[in-house]
Ligand binder design. Sequence first.
Ligand code: ASP
Length: 325
Amino acid sequence: MKTIILFLFVLMLASCNTSQNKNKAPDRQKWAIVVHGGAGNMKPENFKPGDLDRYKQELKAALDIGKKILADGGTSLDAVERVIRYLEDCPLFNAGKGAVFTHDVRNELDAAIMDGRDLNAGAIAGVGDIKNPITVARMVMEQTPHVMMIGKGASLFAKEHGAVMVDSSYFYTEKRWKSLQKVLEKSGKMGTVGCVALDEHGNLAAATSTGGMTNKMYGRVGDVPIIGAGTYANNNSCALSATGHGEFFIRYTVTHDISALMQYKGMSLQDAAQKVINGKLEKVDGRGGVIGVDKDGNVALVMNTTGMFRAFAKSDGEEGVAVFK
Ligand code: ASP
């Protein structure tokens, strides 16, 4: 009898413990943010003295803009748009002001933004006269029934909706002109910008902006404005922004694939991102990386290149800026 009572007592304690564990709140961040400034097979010796620090300073400055918005209770959508606007205005990165040149020495910019609450999204592609493509992508999302607008139509829409328009000479930077000459002699260069964020309301958002790939053909559109390729956000899984050789990211629907692995296979963000970037893509020599944040504020910064300009911050105070693997 005594043994039975003891057994029941132990059983009771055990069930008590399990229900306590079940009720224990998961380690969820109030907010989290990740930024990238492009990935590539770069080495420290490729940079002039002081250049690496400048990249890191600008990434940190962009991150701080997003951090402030999120810490003040703002939305992830505002945070990702403002961070990308800052990076678009910075000539160091291949987006906005620092966009790379096409083969015929033009600038054709792509950008996309996505709201994880309702999977609403907006994108523009192939534009050469909009100062901040990410803001117009957001206008497409919020002020039209469409997802993507291209070329002349996108520019007309931007003008009519009060976006800041610029002459094509605005995008001329000596650095990008020289890198076109180098690519023509064969040595690649990347530098797209992206940002993903979770806000305290539990909403995820993603934004990416780029000049595309140096020496691309006229009219070429990369992965960045294609929802599920270079940009994706879903409150049920994660928010992602990619950078790398766009054609591979389109063919392997990289960001949607990562989200689907989380939703249908129950994988963690880190494992899903590794599987796609270091598994599927690496096998076919699809080079690049991805940044992500999930609904609990876990972040992932995964690449199959030697470097990716990147920075992250979480509400618990953890943060970092890095370039190499
Ligand atoms: N993914 C961009 C594109 O293919 C380029 C990059 O990220 O560097 O347009």
